[in-house]
Design a protein around this ligand. Structure first.
Ligand SMILES: Cc1cc2nc3c(=O)[nH]c(=O)nc-3n(C[C@H](O)[C@H](O)[C@H](O)COP(=O)(O)OP(=O)(O)OC[C@H]3O[C@@H](n4cnc5c(N)ncnc54)[C@H](O)[C@@H]3O)c2cc1C
Ligand SMILES: *[C@@H]1O[C@H](CO)[C@@H](O)[C@H](O)[C@H]1NC(C)=O
Ligand SMILES: *[C@@H]1O[C@H](CO)[C@@H](O)[C@H](O)[C@H]1NC(C)=O
Ligand SMILES: *[C@@H]1O[C@H](CO)[C@@H](O)[C@H](O)[C@H]1NC(C)=O
Ligand SMILES: *[C@@H]1O[C@H](CO)[C@@H](O)[C@H](O)[C@H]1NC(C)=O
Ligand SMILES: *[C@@H]1O[C@H](CO)[C@@H](O)[C@H](O)[C@H]1NC(C)=O
Length: 337
């Protein structure tokens, strides 16, 4: 199997997780990761990192969506229970979601069946945050500090002798050398090069503050959230459709800071540490499928794994496991396995 050459494009959370899963499943294949942005320059670095899928379906069907979510949760749970959890930046977290708008906001058909605790907030808990709340839930889930995870994953990839190349790919025929399958984990990256008009940016901005007294996460209405991480607390947020501006916005900062302080006045004393801006690669459904293309007279097999929107941390292990199955199938067709 050592004559199999697989290229993974992208070194965000999706690309790195896919490379690790490929290496685990196809031990002898020769795998190469290619990307032009790494670590703090990826969208993945910006994520708050909480495991919380939308209640809607972002796979082609409810069945596929559910499978991705279950596989993802098992992956994060296994990592959380391993001796590598703190280096990989994975831990358990619990907290509250409140709404004054609609009961469906505080429910989640997928999480409710998956996590150890998901229940209605008590009368007393409804008073933990200032606000005219009508609905509230308490649940526990998993938090991934993506800065730690990206570092950990890169290290694992190096340790398994998978090279990581720093290169911008403009056309797939550019990839030099023997190539059996390309796995496309480029997120929003190629929107402007290739034409996938169903891919849209949803701009997000968060701030990091020092507030070690915050032990739980809190979600309010209008994309307001307070999420304690390993070191600092993430304050958010915003969701701006079709905005491609990666610059920090003071206006957004003041708005989210005000919304967060309204919920938890103690945050007024929290020292500001920094800001992060990212463009969520939004696509419904998330694209996990095989495609054959002809480039320079060569037939190329491409397995796509992109378009995770605001849920890439939550769902990337599941979609990556799915992508690895498609790679296997593509290779079997070539009757090399
Ligand atoms: C403010 C904010 C908060 C978020 N919070 C959460 C959360 O709490 N939970 C959650 O699950 N998700 C969250 N997300 C979503 C999550 O960050 C994304 O879904 C995820 O990071 C997407 O990962 P990715 O690997 O597809 O993309 P990226 O991290 O953007 O990586 C793309 C990679 O592809 C490479 N690439 C692209 N084009 C090319 C090219 N032509 N040639 C070479 N390389 C290329 C890039 O260089 C990069 O390495 C949040 C996002 C934002 C912005
Ligand atoms: C990988 O290669 C080694 C040595 O060539 C061989 O012994 C082993 O069976 C191979 N493993 C798989 C999964 O093909
Ligand atoms: C991120 O981008 C900046 C500016 O281009 C660059 O200096 C830095 O080295 C990049 N970081 C990584 C980890 O590649
Ligand atoms: C890879 O994914 C991008 C979206 O990130 C898409 O625009 C592009 O067409 C894909 N590349 C190929 C070769 O299919
Ligand atoms: C993308 O679409 C534009 C206009 O719709 C076209 O000019 C361009 O050639 C297309 N690019 C690719 C790679 O298909
Ligand atoms: C968290 O805050 C400390 C200072 O309190 C800082 O050194 C560190 O870089 C911050 N970490 C992150 C992930 O922002």
């Amino acid at each position: 199997m050592s004559d199999l050459n697989i290229y993974v494009l992208g070194a965000g959370i999706v690309g790195l997780t896919t490379a690790l899963e490929l290496k685990r499943d196809l031990r002898n294949a020769s795998i190469t990761v290619i990307a032009d942005d790494f670590y703090e320059n990826t969208t993945s670095y910006v994520a708050a990192g909480i495991f919380r899928p939308t209640s809607g379906d972002f796979g082609k069907s409810e069945e596929i969506t559910r499978k991705w979510i279950i596989d993802s949760f098992s992956y994060w749970e296994l990592l959380r229970l391993s001796s590598e959890s703190s280096e990989a930046g994975v831990k358990e977290i619990s907290g509250y979601i409140f709404s004054s708008e609609h009961p469906h906001i505080v429910r989640n058909k997928y999480l409710e069946k998956l996590v150890p605790v998901y229940r209605k907030a008590t009368e007393e808990e409804m008073g933990l945050c200032l606000g005219d709340w009508k609905y509230g839930s308490y649940f526990s889930t998993i938090l991934t500090d993506t800065a730690k995870y990206l570092k950990w994953a890169e290290k694992k990839i190096h340790m398994s002798n998978v090279p990581i190349r720093h290169e911008k790919i403009r056309a797939f025929s550019e990839i030099s050398g023997e190539c059996d399958v390309i796995v496309n984990c480029t997120g929003l990256g190629s929107k402007f090069l290739c034409n996938d008009s169903s891919l849209t940016a949803i701009r997000g901005q968060v701030s990091k503050v020092e507030a070690p007294w915050i032990k739980h996460f809190f979600y309010g209405d209008y994309d307001t959230y307070i999420i304690p991480g390993f070191d600092n607390v993430t304050l958010g947020g915003c969701r701006q459709y079709e905005s491609y501006d990666k610059k920090f916005s003071q206006y957004d900062y003041l708005s989210m800071r005000e919304r967060c302080e309204k919920m938890l006045p103690s945050l007024r004393d929290a020292k500001l540490i920094g800001h992060r801006v990212g463009l969520r690669p939004h696509r419904i459904p998330v694209r996990v499928e095989m495609e054959e293309k002809i480039a320079n007279g060569r037939k190329l097999k491409i397995v796509h794994n992109y378009g995770h929107g605001g849920y890439g941390v939550t769902t990337c292990p599941g979609t990556s496991i799915n992508a690895v199955q498609l790679v296997r199938r593509a290779l079997t067709e070539k009757s090399k396995l």
